[in-house]
Design a protein around this ligand. Structure first.
Ligand code: SF4
Length: 189
C-alpha cells in the first residue's frame, strides 16, 4: 500500500478544493468553535483517516483545537479514546471505514450539529450564502442549490466539485473520500 500521508498542516489548504462540502463545513466549524459533537467527530474523523491523516496527527489535530476551550486532561479522558477507536486502536479494534454518501445523507442531524450532507440537511438559503461566500459564480450556485432542492444531493455535490475544481467532469459522487481523491488527481495533474 503506497498511500500518501496527509499532514494536518495542509488541511486548511486542502479543504478549499478537495473537500466535499460536508467535510469542509465540519472542518470550518472545528476551526472556529474548537469543538464538534459526536456525530461530527465520527464523520470527519473517519474521513481524515481515509485521506491519509495518521493516528498521531489526528490526535494532535483534535487536541490542538479542543484544548482551546477545555483542559488537556478533559480532552485525554473524554475524547482521545474515540480518536484511537476510529483507528482501530481501542475497543473491538475493528478497522472502521469512512462513511459513504448514502450513510451521511440518511443520518439524523439534530440542532447544533453540523454533520450530515449539507445538500440534504442545510436550509437552501443558508446553502446559497455559503456557496457564494466560497466564491462560486451565480450560475454554479443556482445549479447546486437547484439540484439539492430537487433531492438530487449527489448531483449537487458533483456540480460543486466541477465549480471549485474548474472542470466539467460531471462525476457520480458516492463517497466523500472519492471526491477528495478525484480532486487531488486533477490538481496533481
Ligand atoms: Fe458529502 Fe456525499 Fe453530500 Fe457530497 S453528496 S456533501 S460527499 S455526503
Amino acid at each position: 500500500d503506497t498511500k500518501v500521508t496527509v499532514p494536518i498542516e495542509s488541511l486548511d489548504f486542502l479543504s478549499a478544493k478537495s473537500f466535499p462540502l460536508c467535510m469542509k463545513q465540519l472542518h470550518e466549524h472545528l476551526r472556529s468553535a474548537h469543538h464538534l459533537k459526536h456525530g461530527g467527530r465520527l464523520q470527519y474523523g473517519l474521513y481524515l483517516k481515509g485521506i491519509g491523516v495518521t493516528l498521531e496527527d489526528s490526535l494532535r489535530f483534535w487536541r490542538e483545537e479542543f484544548t482551546k476551550i477545555m483542559e488537556l486532561d478533559k480532552f485525554e479522558k473524554q475524547y482521545a479514546y474515540n480518536i484511537r477507536y476510529n483507528y482501530g486502536k481501542e475497543g473491538s479494534k475493528k478497522n472502521y471505514t469512512p462513511f459513504n454518501c448514502l450513510k451521511i445523507i440518511n443520518t439524523n442531524v439534530g440542532p447544533g450539529e453540523c454533520h450530515g450532507c449539507p445538500y440534504r440537511h442545510c436550509d437552501s438559503g443558508i446553502l446559497k450564502n455559503k456557496l457564494k461566500g466560497y466564491g462560486l459564480d451565480a450560475q454554479a450556485v443556482n445549479d447546486v442549490v437547484d439540484m439539492a432542492k430537487k433531492g438530487h444531493y449527489q448531483i449537487a455535490c458533483s456540480k460543486y466539485f466541477d465549480a471549485v475544481n474548474k472542470t466539467d467532469l460531471g462525476l457520480g459522487i458516492n463517497h466523500p473520500n472519492q471526491f477528495f481523491e478525484e480532486s487531488q488527481k486533477l490538481l496533481k495533474g
